[in-house]
Design a protein around this ligand. Structure first.
Ligand code: ARG
Length: 598
């Protein structure tokens, strides 16, 4: 699974050792209980030594027996042999505890790794199904916002995770490249634009024009629309009036307006592409809001046909959603007939459904748009579509020193953030690894910096706010990408040193730390499946942190190269190799690269 975006769902992976073990347990328990009982098979908390457990409380009533007596009966009646996954059973406090048959399970896990190779961890649940993932989606002529960064990092990871679950994934960068703000920009450009300056520093200069427009609009009086609010109509403001005229021209295809708009889009995309390249981001589509400009009439027509809209006295069109439990109505057409962000999103929903017939459409957008997406998805329902669409929301980013915001001029440019991480990583490497060549350090610093930024974002549940704390995210010890990358690199150096004289014989692994590690690796497929179901990259991140911890325990207690027997050496090396494979694949799902030495 070295590059998860390249995973093809034609590898048919239906199960792994732990799935087979679970199936066996269910079958044997069902046989004893009779009928078709519901079995709540669990992995017990770490302080319980058993590998699986089934609570027997739910059966007490129908069986008229104490839960522990039922557990005991199961433990007594289930018979197992050397070829079973179940090794031993025990009744404890109303639970049936299950211990795996270690030699059998070890052999099975080894054989899974051999069978699935690079695809170990993937599954083909999504075979024949498509998901559309709307992510990143920055606004043209504005700097990449912190929200766009989170969306980019989380979105790419969810993309990778769905690909690993066998889905056909379509990543769509829904650029903010349309709307009344372009009228403002065009007008500001007419007044103050300087091509040379723009060419030199596109995003900063375009942002300046935009900011200047707002300052000026405030000056000339009337009530200027707030920067974010494209819905407000403030016709008394002469600046706003001029801007609206320019946008109308753009909508109607005026050649000069279109030429300038295209130029702004190109300049912005060139800038964004630098970020995408550095972060290793891939889109299948970059359609943007403008793509839907000629598709919004149909949305309005459909709304009218279904009779779900209300025409206001001023001619604008609203959809009230009180009956659906949402008290804020959503505006879908302005009084002058112009479309809005929402209209273009609704057109996008319909387009995606028709074009791709997706199983799920995902919107990776910050939680400040929560209400907005609730509204859109309800409207989708009311229009009669039943495709599953989900808003994958996430919290804010703050600096350790305080809030990070694009408002009030406190603009943070993402290039600066990456550069800062890069410089810091380089400094750490210069201190820690003076033995590496300068070129090598440059290369590693880039991988470490990007990894640190991404992991900081992905390692906890999306809804939580992310704190930017350089020292913490770049630490080589702690729950960080550099730590995991370092663990990987150390293992790779161990593997380089090894010579493979012995024979790999899984049955030679008898130390408890060996089985702990192996069983941990056997749970990677579960993390991959779970992360997709929950749209939660942090499940992978947390899995990797815990796996690295268990590996350290193993490595601290069990000699590898210094083991007594060369077959044991070979087998333990194989286990170490599997660990490296899982770490590499897991990090790749988060969009994080590994290096062979660091
Ligand atoms: N351009 C918007 C922003 O930067 C995000 C767009 C999200 N995607 C969507 N389909 N609405 O806030």
């Amino acid at each position: 699974m070295n590059s998860p975006t390249e995973i093809k769902s034609d590898i048919l992976i239906t199960d792994y050792a732990m799935d087979r073990a679970a199936r066996e347990i269910r079958e044997k328990v069902s046989e004893v209980l009779g009928g078709n009982p519901e079995i709540d098979l669990r992995v017990p908390p770490p302080d319980i030594a058993a590998h699986f457990a089934i609570p027997c409380f739910p059966y007490a009533k129908t069986m008229r027996k104490a839960p522990n007596a039922i557990a005991q009966e199961l433990a007594d009646k289930i018979t197992v042999g050397a070829d079973n996954y179940i090794g031993r059973l025990e009744a404890l406090n109303g639970y049936l505890n299950i211990y795996l048959n270690i030699p059998k399970t070890t052999g099975e896990i080894f054989s899974d790794f051999e069978t699935y190779g690079n695809s170990y961890g993937c599954n083909s649940t999504g075979k024949g199904k498509t998901v559309v993932i709307d992510f990143s989606s920055p606004n043209i002529a504005k700097p990449f916002s912190v929200g766009n960064i989170r969306s980019t990092v989380i979105g790419q990871s969810i993309y990778n995770i769905y690909a690993a679950n066998g889905y056909k994934t379509i990543g769509d960068n829904h650029l903010g490249d349309w709307g009344t703000q372009f009228g403002k920009l065009l007008y500001a450009y007419e007044l103050w634009g300087d091509d040379e300056k723009i060419r030199q520093n596109p995003i900063k200069e375009l942002l300046n024009l935009y900011v200047k427009f707002h300052a000026e609009a405030k000056q000339v009086g009337g009530n200027a629309a707030s920067e974010e609010d494209e819905n407000s109509e403030t016709s008394e403001n002469p600046m706003e009036n001029e801007a609206r005229k320019r946008f109308k021209m753009l909508e109607e295809g005026d050649a000069e307006a279109t030429r300038l708009w295209k130029w702004f889009v190109d300049l912005s995309l060139t800038d964004f592409d630098k970020i995408y390249n550095r972060l290793g981001i891939h889109f299948d589509l970059t359609l943007g809001e403008s793509f839907y400009n000629d598709k919004t009439d149909e949305v309005i027509k459909l709304i009218n046909e279904k009779g779900i809209g209300t025409r206001e006295a001023d001619g604008s069109l609203l959809i009230r959603l009180d009956e659906q439990g949402i008290t804020t109505p959503i505006l879908v057409q302005k009084k002058d007939g112009a479309s809005l962000y929402a209209t273009r999103d609704l057109a996008g929903l319909i387009y995606r459904i028709r074009e791709y017939n997706p199983d799920i459409i995902m919107y990776v957008v910050g939680s400040e748009q929560k209400l907005y997406f609730q509204q859109c998805l309800k409207v989708l329902d009311l229009m009669g579509f039943n495709t599953r669409a989900v808003h994958i929301d996430f919290g804010m980013v703050s600096l350790k020193e305080g809030k990070m915001s694009t408002r009030e001029g406190r603009v943070i440019f993402f290039e600066d953030v990456i550069e800062e991480a890069y410089q810091r990583a380089l400094k750490i490497l210069e201190e820690k690894r003076p033995d590496l060549s300068p070129e090598e350090r440059l290369e590693i610093a880039e991988v470490v910096a990007v990894g640190a930024i991404k992991f900081n974002d992905l390692s906890q549940s999306r809804q939580k706010n992310v704190v930017f704390d350089w020292d913490k995210m770049l630490a080589f010890d702690g729950d960080t990408a550099p730590y995991l990358q370092y663990s990987y690199a150390r293992v790779m150096s161990l593997l380089r040193k090894a010579d493979a004289a012995g024979q790999v014989m899984p049955e030679l692994l008898t130390e408890p730390e060996e089985f702990s590690l192996l069983r941990r690796l056997a749970r990677f497929p579960e993390a991959v499946a779970e992360a997709a179901k929950e749209f939660a990259p942090h499940i992978i991140a947390q899995y990797l942190i815990e796996t690295a911890r268990i590996f350290t325990e193993f490595y601290g207690r069990v000699p590898v190269l210094k083991a007594a027997d060369e077959n044991i050496i070979a087998t333990r090396l194989q286990l170490v190799r599997y660990y490296a494979e899982v770490m590499k694949s897991g990090l790749a799902l988060l969009g994080i690269k590994t290096v062979e030495r660091m």
